[in-house]
Design a protein around this ligand. Structure first.
Ligand SMILES: [Zn+2]
Length: 232
């Protein structure tokens, strides 16, 4: 009896090893699921020596875009693989941001900036060549501008889901979609947008109220990204 129990326990203990030997793919199943997750590249605007917009209080665009980006990532990182162009206060060349999205094979590129106005009307940009006469980005040839061409329709669709999401969370707002020759978007080999969800000047001065405000916009961006990816 004792021997039988020992054999049974031994069999149980060896099960994981046998499973791995007999079904080698079983152990990597989770990894395979993970690699099929859409890869969302979030680009917090500015950084390092480039503050972007700067208020007399010292609050800068680069700080708020990083906070907002982190909050968006927190809300989507269970469904999607989130990538960042920067996760701290460092300077990154504009075109290096595009190249990071391309080399890391992002499925989506969302660059986050803030408005310089006092109006909170959100704006979402997608790439459109200037009068069909593209201007090369610094150090790039004209071919750079055609990399985004196959993705223009999807970029417009992403603009639409983002503006719809902001409009539903902030009634009375009429977010704008703008086509512009944004050099950073031109080289993106995936759907790509630049969003300015609100104005830096309108942020509450009190830090805790400010976070509540930014979180609401993070939720709107999350819903916009989700709605877009659900249509694919
Ligand atoms: Zn900016």
């Amino acid at each position: 009896m004792k021997n039988k129990a020992t054999i049974f326990i031994t069999i149980l203990a060896c099960l994981p090893v046998w499973t791995t030997l007999l079904f080698p793919a079983a152990g990597s199943c989770q990894d395979r699921i993970r690699t099929t997750q859409p890869r969302v590249m979030i680009d917090p605007g500015h950084g390092g020596r480039d503050s972007g917009l700067l208020l007399p209080s010292g609050l800068s665009e680069k700080t708020v875009t990083l906070t907002l980006s982190r909050l968006v990532a927190e809300q989507i990182n269970k469904q999607y693989k989130v990538l960042f162009t920067r996760q701290d206060d460092r300077f990154i060349d504009t075109i290096a941001r595009t190249e990071a999205a391309n080399t890391q094979q992002a499925d989506l590129f969302v660059s986050i900036h803030l408005k310089a106005t006092t109006s909170n009307q959100a704006t979402v940009f997608h790439y459109k060549p200037c009068d069909n006469r593209p201007i090369p980005a610094a150090g790039k040839d004209l071919a750079w501008h055609w990399q985004h061409l196959p993705h223009e329709d999807k970029s417009r669709q992403l603009c639409k889901t983002l503006t719809q999401s902001i409009a539903s969370l902030f009634p009375g707002q009429e977010p704008q979609i703008i086509s512009a020759p944004v050099a950073m978007l031109a080289g993106c080999q995936m759907p790509a947008v630049l969003i300015e969800p609100f104005a830096l000047k309108t942020l509450p001065l009190d830090e805790s109220s400010r976070i509540v405000w930014i979180k609401k916009y993070a939720a709107a961006i999350k819903t916009g990204i989700e709605s877009y990816l659900n249509t694919l």
